[in-house]
Design a protein around this ligand. Sequence first.
Ligand code: G6P
Length: 611
Amino acid sequence: MCGIVGAIAERNITAILVEGLKRLEYRGYDSAGVAVFTNEGTLERRRRVGKVAELEQALAEQPLVGRLGIAHTRWATHGAPSERNAHPHFSGEQLAVVHNGIIENYEALREQLKGLGYVFTSDTDTEVIVHLLHHKLKTVTDLADALKAAVPELHGAYGLAVISASQPDRLLAARSGSPLVIGLGLGENFLASDQLALRQVTDRFIYLEEGDIAEIRRDSVAIWDEQGHPVQREQVQYHEGAEAADKGEYRHFMLKEIHEQPKVVQRTLEGRLGSDHVLVNAFGPRAAELFAKVRNVQIVACGTSYHAGMVARYWLEGLAGIPCQIEVASEFRYRKVVVQPDTLFVTISQSGETADTLAALRNAKELGYLTSLAICNVGTSSLVRESDLTLLTQAGPEIGVASTKAFTTQLVGLMLLTLSLGQVRGTLQAGVEAGLVDELRRLPTRLGEALAMDKVVEKVAELFAEKNHTLFLGRGAQYPVAMEGSLKLKEISYIHAEAYPAGELKHGPLALVDSDMPVVTVAPNNELVEKLKSNLQEVRARGGELIVFADRDAGIDNGEGTHVVNMPHIDDALAPILYTIPLQLLSYYVAVLKGTDVDQPRNLAKSVTVE
Ligand code: G6P
């Protein structure tokens, strides 16, 4: 989704801004732009539709040289992807703004500002911000004061960066609902919507909080909170290794991230397992006391994280006997919900910045839940900061838009939650926890075995290259795995994919099955496998082609129209984690065959910070 980079320095900052945008490319965008207060004393911009490389080309042809600038990658919401809608937006030749988020009252503001004589040159909601600020500067001279006067009139979500040709010694920022981080240098400072954009120039950061306004100068930073009081925000030193920055030996980030799963699952388990039990305080020092009161669980998430939550419902109810509900955040946040007493509210998110998930958490706080827990991959995210309890997944930065290692580490986190709640509540059957702790220790090795099937799956992918529709089937906890497999395929190969609980096949989707519609299924050797086999027969009888990832003892054999890929044995409870791997590989290789943009699929964004 949209990305922001800003810089104020004594050196030329254009290359820093462009490099920052490149580092944000993975988030998904459709146009890019940069505005610089040039050494000639003018405010100028370059904007291009398409990739940052196009912008770079424009800058090579017509360079911008200056010590103050802002830049943006835009993911269109209001107005089509076009050069005139790309940020930065200007008011006259004096002010430039870049914006992440959505201004909900932009139509009213636009009319008001038109009445004041402002001429709009884009279809965006953002342009109202820059003209509003320009209008405020007629009565308030200081840029920070003008921004403080303008933001109460903006309804919606925003992360903003502002520069002015008449006050070129400062870069202004405002945060409400869309993250911003200040990068601290020596005699130079930076701003971005994600610290990843600034790792090239610094490892020291200040995260702005909701409602903050910041004035960033070359050698100082001033921050005011929502009430306008000056505040000091904590400085954070970032220690993550450089491993996320490049693809290494892999052709795409997605493939690299798929192969990192044994390592990151291992990391997510580290320090969280005792000899035969889960260490409950992995969820925070108050976790045991709070978990003892939990009688229900409500999970809320979006996208892939939602699928992880769906698996967890099978675990929480099946292993720990704790009633669990799960809902997508965009529905939950606008619905009147009935809260059962003593319900733990769980959010799951890779980024911790997904607008709907955050809004759902904020609503939940008003609704009387027992406490909130975030299972999240970003320790500095809004979701983590606003939740009572946290379990950080240790997936490391995930660059591919299609989530892979974030999902499997979320599942590990959710298994730890299931065992912790069951342990504290005394609802687990004897031996279950110790057995699963052993299995969890072996999981990285099992995942490595599944990844070793890479070449086999690559071959299977050829069956899909010419197809337009596919069906994914699963039963029990494998149904959400099928959903995640179908999401992966549609996200990156643009092949229509639907997931169904295998038992529902005959209630509709069977009508679609023919030789042009491959049916993918996952079949661990569990008590549902015989039922699943009957469903597979129903497909074969209609000429459907089957691709089955099956335990070698499940009794499903290769045959005409049935392609079986044998999987390593695994405890059934952990099978959803293992069986996710071949489905990730399958979608990856199908996308490669189709020649799509695997890491940055069309129309999608990595971190969805607007609703
Ligand atoms: C976007 C991403 C997905 C992700 C979803 C939820 O749609 O492309 O990969 O699953 O957002 O994101 P979160 O960061 O909350 O897990």
